[in-house]
Design a protein around this ligand. Structure first.
Ligand code: PLP
Length: 400
């Protein structure tokens, strides 16, 4: 570090666009489940860059893949094939049962591709008026105008309208979906656990019901697995808990373990919906990001990280349930796998609690207003989970 903290903060305040609310510290480095700021203070990372750093920080396999590929070939654009990308597409198809992969650089872009695929599919079939999408209240699908139209939270949409073509209905309400369906509905998009909405797992039977309804109406079932996918919930995909077969899914976050990458996966049936020229990305599927994602999948396989996430998720849920019984400030706890939440009583300011936890050396995020979201790296051990949960218990104990 060459500049002092006050100098860095002053420069950030002067030049960065002020659309975020960062605390007054600068992160310097990470190792495993820990990160350090420039003052040398250590934090246990139960947030993992918003459910991204599945392998923690500075994982040797990721570092090796990055450095080796960077010295070989980073980027050529999609004017040419590159080997890591071809391999990655095959691996993802094998892991998920889908047939085709279209790469991008973020979750939002993967959702944009999924949305365009869905509309274009019907357009090509001559159903030009079939474009409406059903999405859910409380959902989060990204912030570009297409993805924002899908996102069912007013606080993100405010001031950016009109955002037409999407009908939002209550999450979990199959009757409302049925009522909203019509001949103009191209697809239904859903998260298997609403992440940003407050870590809300789909109610039992909901995804199965959506599959039945969409099938009966000839609409596509689109699953946003950006937060739930790549092992986070204790299965490779969140949808795999249900056995439901979607028409397309979107992935991002953990796939690159910190290196930007997104992917839209679909069935062969939709492989002509986005013909050459209709959609694309300069950086999407570049050799560097693809090579890292392959390293991530190798590590998942070698260390059985999906079942590890399942097992530790159960342990985490048990400890949170105990916390719920003991604490007067916890309204409820919920989640799936290593995506869990402690929902605070409405009298408590969740943002202040996040600050107090950070001061105590634990990083978590707020989701859906009152939920403290815990999404630690999937490589976390039981001892490291205990360390963080002890901090959580102590800080919440000071509030009661
Ligand atoms: N969809 C879901 C379910 C998400 O959780 C997110 C990000 O939090 C997105 C889409 C947007 O992804 P990105 O921020 O990579 O564009």
């Amino acid at each position: 570090m060459t500049r002092s903290l006050p100098e860095l903060l002053q420069s950030a305040e002067a030049h960065l666009y002020p659309n975020y609310r960062q605390p007054e510290l600068v992160m310097l480095r990470g190792q495993g489940v820990f990160v350090w700021d420039t003052s040398g203070k250590r934090y246990l990372d139960f947030y993992a860059g918003i459910a991204v750093n599945a392998l923690g920080h500075a994982h040797p396999r990721v570092v090796r893949a990055l450095t080796e590929q960077a010295s070989l070939l980073c980027h050529m654009s999609n004017y040419f094939y590159n080997e890591p990308n071809i391999e990655l597409a095959a691996r993802l198809c094998q892991l998920t049962g889908f047939d085709r992969v279209l790469f991008s650089n973020s979750g939002t872009e993967a959702n944009e591709a999924m949305l365009k695929l869905c509309r274009s599919y019907f357009h090509q079939a001559g159903e030009h008026d079939r474009y409406r999408i059903i999405a859910f209240d409380g959902s989060f699908h990204g912030r570009t105008l297409g993805a924002l139209a899908l996102t069912g939270q007013q606080k993100y949409r405010q001031g950016f309208g009109p955002l037409p073509g999407v009908t939002h209905v209550p999450y979990g309400d199959l009757g409302a979906v049925e009522a909203a369906l019509g001949p103009d509905v191209a697809g239904v998009i859903v998260e298997t656990v609403q992440g940003e909405g407050g870590v809300l797992p789909a109610p039992a039977g909901f995804l199965e019901g959506l599959r039945q309804l969409t099938r009966a109406h000839g609409s596509l079932l689109l699953i946003d697995e950006i937060q739930t996918g790549v092992g986070r919930t204790g299965r490779f995909l969140g949808i795999q808990h249900s056995g439901v077969e979607a028409d397309a899914i979107s992935l991002a976050k953990a796939l690159g373990a910190g290196v930007p990458i997104g992917a839209m996966l679909c069935r062969e049936k939709y492989s002509e919906a986005l013909p050459p020229g209709s959609h694309g990305s300069t950086f999407g599927g570049n050799a560097l990001a693809s090579r890292v994602a392959l390293a991530v999948l190798d590590e998942f396989e070698e260390k059985a990280l999906v079942s590890h996430a399942h097992n530790l998720g159960q342990y985490l849920a048990q400890r949170l349930a105990k916390l719920e019984r003991q604490s007067s400030v916890v309204a409820t706890t919920r989640g799936q796998g290593l995506l869990q939440a402690v929902v605070l009583d409405s009298r408590i300011d969740a943002r202040e609690v996040v600050g107090a936890l950070r001061d105590a050396g634990l990083l978590v995020t707020v989701a859906g207003g009152q939920a403290l979201r815990l999404s630690p790296p999937l490589i976390i051990t039981e001892e490291e989970l205990d360390l963080g949960l002890d901090i959580l218990e102590r800080v919440l104990g000071n509030l009661s």
